[in-house]
Ligand binder design. Structure first.
Ligand SMILES: *Cc1c(COP(=O)(O)O)cnc(C)c1O
Length: 385
C-alpha cells in the first residue's frame, strides 16, 4: 500500500488532506516526495514561527534533547523557568502556566476565571462570555466556548457556563455578561478560524473598561494571534488594552507542542498547589526551543513583519479576483471571487501552500519569510485568484 492508502486505513478520518506527502524543508521552503518545491505560506497553521528546521531553534532543541528531555513538574528545570521569566519581562504579565496546546491553555484560562470569580464574587459567577464566530479549541469545554454552532451539533451536552454575544456589539456583550453573572469575557483580537476578522479597536477598549469596572476578567485567546504574528508580540498590544489573562500556543513552540497561560496582576495567585497541572507541561525540550523563538521576536523582527504585511496588503488589494484583504501583520485573509478551496489548490499546483479560513484564503507564513519568497508566493496567489 502507498502512504495515502495506509493513512486512510489506519488514521482516524478527521482530516481532509491534500494529496501531497511532505518530507523535508528549510525555512519557508518545503519539498514533497517527488522533490517538488513549495513556498510555505501556512507554517503548519502559524506554528513554525521561524520556518522549518530553523538553525537557532534546532540548536536549542537538540542541545536540550541531549541533556534532559523530560522531568515531571515535581522538580525544577531551567528551560521553563527562563521562558516564563522572558514572557513576563516582554509582556508585563506576572506568572505563567505551561501546557501543550491551545485548547489546553484555554482550559487553564477558563478554570482560573471560574476560581477567581468564585473567590471574589461567589460561586454563581461562573459564566464566560465569548463572541459569535470565535474559535477556542476542540475539547468539550473549549467547544462550548467556541461561538460557532456547527462545531457543537454532534457533541451535546457541552460544558455549561458559556454564552455567545456578537463581536463589535459592546452593549450586547455587556448585557450578556451582566445577565449571566459572568466570570470573564474571552476574545480573539483577530478571529482566525472565523475568517481572519480583526475586532474593532473601540469595541476591545470598551470591553477592557467594562471588565475593569465590573471586576470581570478580560481573557484574550492569543493562540493564533500571539508570538509576533500580528506585528506586535501579542495582538492585544495593537489595541492598547491590558488583559487579565492570556492564553497562547501555536507559534510559541516553533514547531513543538507548547501552550501557555499568562496571568496578570489579578490572577497571578488564583491557582494554587494542586489546582491545575499537566504532565508534559513545561517540557524542557519544547521550552528551550520556545526560548530561542521568543528571544528573537524583537522590535526589528516585528518591524519586518509589519513591512511584509503592508507589502502583501498593497500587492493583493485591487487585484482582479480579490474582493477584500483582512487581518493584521502576517495573519492575512483574502476574500476571493473564486471559492477559496479552488484558489488554494491552484496555488499548490504552482508551488505555494496556503490555508483557508471559512470562505477566505488564509496566509500565515513564517515571521522571517525572505522577501523574495514572499513576493514570489504573492505573484502566484495573484495568478491563482
Ligand atoms: C488553533 C486555535 C486553538 C486550539 O489550539 P490547539 O493547539 O489546536 O488545541 C484555540 N484558539 C485559537 C484562537 C486557535 O487558533
Amino acid at each position: 500500500m502507498n502512504l495515502k492508502e495506509t493513512d486512510s486505513r489506519y488514521i482516524a478520518n478527521t482530516y481532509a488532506r491534500f494529496p501531497v506527502e511532505l518530507v523535508c524543508g528549510k525555512g519557508s521552503l518545503v519539498y514533497d516526495t517527488d522533490g517538488k518545491e513549495y513556498i510555505d505560506m501556512g507554517s503548519g497553521i502559524g506554528v513554525t514561527a521561524f520556518g522549518i528546521a530553523d538553525d537557532g531553534w534546532q540548536a536549542a532543541v537538540t542541545g536540550q534533547l541531549g541533556r534532559l528531555q523530560h522531568m515531571s513538574n515535581l522538580y525544577y528545570t531551567e528551560p521553563c523557568v527562563k521562558l516564563a521569566e522572558l514572557l513576563c519581562e516582554k509582556t508585563g504579565m506576572k506568572k505563567v502556566f505551561f501546557c501543550n496546546s491551545g485548547a489546553e491553555a484555554n482550559e487553564g484560562m477558563i478554570k482560573t476565571a471560574r476560581k477567581y470569580a468564585a473567590e471574589h464574587k461567589g460561586a454563581e459567577y461562573f459564566t464566560v462570555v465569548t463572541l459569535v464566530n470565535s474559535f477556542h479549541g476542540r475539547t468539550i469545554t473549549t467547544l462550548a466556548a467556541t461561538g460557532q454552532d456547527h462545531y457543537h451539533e454532534l457533541f451535546q451536552p457541552l460544558t455549561p457556563g458559556f454564552v455567545h454575544a456578537p463581536a463589535n456589539d459592546l452593549e450586547a456583550v455587556k448585557n450578556a455578561a451582566l445577565e449571566n453573572k459572568a466570570a470573564g469575557i474571552m476574545i480573539e483580537c483577530i478571529q482566525g478560524e472565523g475568517g481572519v476578522i480583526a475586532l474593532e479597536k473601540d469595541f476591545v477598549q470598551g470591553l477592557a473598561a467594562f471588565c475593569k469596572e465590573e471586576d470581570i476578567l478580560l481573557m484574550v485567546d492569543e493562540v493564533q494571534t500571539g508570538n509576533g504574528r500580528t506585528g506586535e508580540l501579542y495582538a492585544y498590544m495593537n489595541y492598547g488594552v491590558q488583559p487579565d489573562i492570556v492564553s497562547t500556543a501555536k507559534g510559541i513552540g516553533g514547531g513543538l507542542p507548547l501552550g501557555a497561560v499568562l496571568f496578570g496582576e489579578k490572577t497571578e495567585f488564583t491557582l494554587g498547589a494542586g489546582d491545575h497541572g499537566s504532565t508534559f507541561g513545561g517540557n524542557p525540550v519544547c521550552c528551550a526551543g520556545a526560548y530561542s523563538i521568543l528571544s528573537r521576536i524583537d522590535g526589528e523582527l516585528l518591524k519586518e513583519v509589519k513591512e511584509k504585511s503592508e507589502y502583501v496588503f498593497s500587492a493583493l488589494e485591487g487585484t482582479p479576483g480579490v474582493e477584500s484583504v483582512s487581518g493584521m501583520g502576517l495573519m492575512i485573509g483574502i476574500k476571493t471571487l473564486k471559492p477559496a478551496g479552488d484558489v488554494v489548490r491552484a496555488c499548490m499546483e504552482k508551488g505555494v501552500l496556503c490555508l483557508t479560513a471559512k470562505d477566505k484564503v488564509r496566509l500565515l507564513p513564517a515571521l522571517n519569510i525572505p522577501t523574495e519568497l514572499l513576493q514570489k508566493a504573492v505573484e502566484i496567489i495573484k495568478e491563482s485568484v
